[in-house]
Design a protein around this ligand. Structure first.
Ligand SMILES: Nc1ncnc2c1ncn2[C@@H]1O[C@H](COP(=O)(O)OP(=O)(O)OP(=O)(O)O)[C@@H](O)[C@H]1O
Ligand SMILES: [Mg+2]
Length: 354
């Protein structure tokens, strides 16, 4: 199935040519990590200072970036390792910065990370936030100085990160260092494997109107065993989250319930953990000015996606047309791809994590 160059990557799918090339780079890195563990790196790979610093995998949505990184992570040599979502990692870093307030807080944070992970896999690197942009350079330098090997996936090449960001010139040295230190590999703009699994299920209903409402009502009736559903309050740390309608492991929200209130990751995680199927009514096209609503919607879909939750949606437009302007339009390409995958028959048929 998979070429022998991908040895340490135990994958049971047929890789395309671009994926095989990335898999070969990952296999090479695996080998180097094994040798560097045994102190053989300079003997086999030239002068000292050639310790691997990592790999940067980029490509469009659904190209298999995460799949390849995860396969590498699973087969990585026996060393302290960590795999984390880039946003989650940066949140931890900001929290540690707020807590520590020492002069060299970045060095301290890097030492903490390095003590627990010689290999750090960061999924979905995306720099939108100026707070992230301004510390990434120092943070990565400090991690590399401590011998941490970084693998990251992204929808953009290093030079595409933080593209129209504020004070981008201050970010450019970091781009250069990423290019110098990480082996940059491109998965191309080929097949989005998520789309391959699509069936004609009507779980994303568009356009909005009485027909769409009736379609969601009908699906609700089927999935909630004919029950109308009752409001409930999900307990969260120190507060509760209102669910307007719940029955038989199904929950139903107006999109505004989710996007127009100050909800965040813990709320969406609680929804994903408590329900098999989530209905969202009346998603409208996001305007450029609706920064927070679109950010929450992206996070909501990411959370449901990661949990394998089933999703039924009524929307004004197709997934790809929901966010065509504003700072999150690139990030939304992934959301659109995920919304498509979440309509596929295989998504609906696979075991739901609960
Ligand atoms: N060669 C392949 N054959 C079959 N399925 C594949 C192949 N490559 C990837 N997939 C599947 O396609 C889906 C998308 O892959 P993956 O999540 O790794 O994409 P991605 O590039 O990380 O996308 P995103 O940018 O949205 O995060 C996954 O379910 C994955 O298992
Ligand atoms: Mg991914």
């Amino acid at each position: 199935m998979v070429s022998t160059t991908t040895g340490p990557l135990n994958l049971s799918v047929q890789l395309d040519a671009a994926q095989q090339a990335v898999a070969a780079s990952l296999a090479d890195l695996n080998l180097k990590l094994r040798h560097s563990r045994r102190g053989l790196i300079s003997k086999f790979f030239g002068a000292a200072g050639q310790q691997p610093k990592g790999l940067y995998i980029w490509g469009t949505v659904g190209r298999g970036k995460t799949m390849l990184m995860d396969a590498f992570f699973a087969g990585a040599p026996d060393l302290p390792k960590r795999r984390v979502h880039f946003h989650g990692f940066m949140q931890e870093v900001h929290a540690a910065r707020a807590a520590h307030k020492t002069d060299d807080v970045i060095a301290e944070i890097a030492s903490g990370v390095a003590a627990k992970a010689r290999l750090l896999c960061l999924d979905e690197m995306q720099v939108v936030d100026i707070a992230d942009a301004m510390i990434l350079g120092r943070l990565f330098e400090a991690l590399w100085a401590r011998g941490v090997v970084i693998i990251t996936t992204s929808n953009q090449p290093p030079e595409g990160l933080y593209k129209d960001g504020l004070n981008r010139q201050l970010f450019l040295p970091f781009v250069k260092r990423l290019q110098e230190n990480l082996h940059v590999t491109h998965l191309g703009d080929g097949k989005d494997y998520r789309l391959g699994r699509l069936a004609a299920d009507e779980t994303y209903v568009t356009p909005l109107g009485p027909k769409a409402d009736a379609a969601l009502d009908l699906l609700w009736a089927k999935l909630a065993d004919g029950e109308a559903g009752l409001p409930m309050a999900l307990p969260l740390l120190g507060r509760t989250l209102k669910v307007p309608k719940a029955a038989h492991s199904c929950a139903r929200f107006e999109v505004s319930d989710l996007t127009d209130q100050a909800l965040g990751a813990p709320d969406f995680l609680a929804i994903a953990q408590n329900f098999n199927t989530v209905f969202v009514d009346h998603v409208t096209v996001f305007k450029a000015s609706e920064r927070n609503p679109v950010k929450r919607f992206i996070l909501f879909i990411d959370t449901l996606y990661d949990a394998g939750t089933r999703l039924v949606i009524s929307a004004e437009a197709a997934p790809e047309a929901l966010c065509l302007s504003g700072p999150h339009k690139i990030e939304f390409l992934r959301t659109a791809s995920r919304l498509r995958e979440m309509q596929s028959q295989s998504w609906w048929l696979r075991g739901v994590t609960q």
